[in-house]
Design a protein around this ligand. Structure first.
Ligand code: GLP
Length: 255
């Protein structure tokens, strides 16, 4: 696990973009795992700039999103479909047929989840998965208590997560109660993981994930078991870490 601490959000985002761009240049048909939330917005903005100004090519890239609310149609401005197209996919030269986001309106959710897992497998697995972290240590919508071996499935959101996400909705009772999410096991099958976190509100979750015990009560802590994981933080998110994280990562990341 490589813990990289940058000065602020901007530097964290541009470093993350450098890593993703490097992987795309090395493998033009990269399979990229995408995350929603405010954390990766700076990364997406920088990748859009690289696409427009530096010709970073997404035409052969396949994407898989981590999760989606159940019951929100793709046209709903709080759906993760809407988020991904608005903030990233509409602005790069990606073939929309190669993009995958869980279908929150699927009639048969279990069948959809099986198909999603199958599709990831058929394509050869996710090369690099971008992850944010919830203040309660969740990854995607795998809330505390999620099995560390879980696969794509429907999950009930905790009240903490619903409250954290309520700022995006007009009323609390509009915040969905369920989501389809890749499982912790699905995320762990990715060849590389890039976990991003910024701001003080994530400091406790990052401490638990990086230096706490590996436990289902902090699903993000499972990344300690992954062989190729980058934890890329700003100073505030890293403020409760006790370890001494030496900045020797450049050689490793870009080798
Ligand atoms: C949601 C998403 C997660 C995301 C988390 C943190 O619950 N399902 O994938 O990591 O929120 O969001 P933010 O980056 O806005 O703090």
């Amino acid at each position: 696990m490589l813990v990289i601490i940058k000065k602020n959000y901007e530097e964290m985002s541009s470093e993350a973009a450098k890593i993703i761009a490097d992987r795309i240049r090395k493998k033009p048909n990269l399979v990229l795992g995408l995350a929603t939330g405010s954390t990766p917005l700076g990364l997406y903005k920088e990748l859009i700039r690289m696409n427009k100004e530096e010709g970073l090519d997404f035409s052969k890239i396949t994407t898989f999103n981590l999760d989606e609310y159940v019951g929100l149609p793709p046209s709903h401005d709080q759906s993760y479909h809407y988020f991904m197209y608005e903030n990233f996919l509409n602005h790069i030269n990606i073939d929309k047929r190669f993009t995958h986001i869980p279908q929150g309106m699927a009639k048969d959710i279990d069948m959809f989840c099986e198909w999603y897992e199958q599709r990831i497998k058929e394509i050869g697995g996710i090369d690099i998965q971008i992850l944010g972290i919830g203040a309660n240590g969740h990854i995607a919508f795998n809330e505390p208590g999620s099995s560390l071996g879980s696969r794509t499935r429907i999950k009930t959101l905790t009240e903490k997560t619903r409250k954290d996400n309520a700022r995006f909705f007009k009323k609390m009772n509009e915040v969905p109660r369920y989501a389809i999410t890749m499982g912790v096991g699905t995320v762990m099958d990715s060849k590389e993981i890039l976990l991003l976190a910024n701001g003080e509100s994530k400091a406790d979750a990052i401490r638990a994930a990086v230096e706490g015990p590996v436990t289902a009560m902090c699903p993000a802590s499972v990344v300690q078991m992954h062989r190729e994981v980058f934890v890329l933080l700003d100073k505030k998110a890293a403020s409760k870490l006790k370890g001494d994280y030496v900045d020797t990562w450049e050689a490793k990341i870009f080798s």
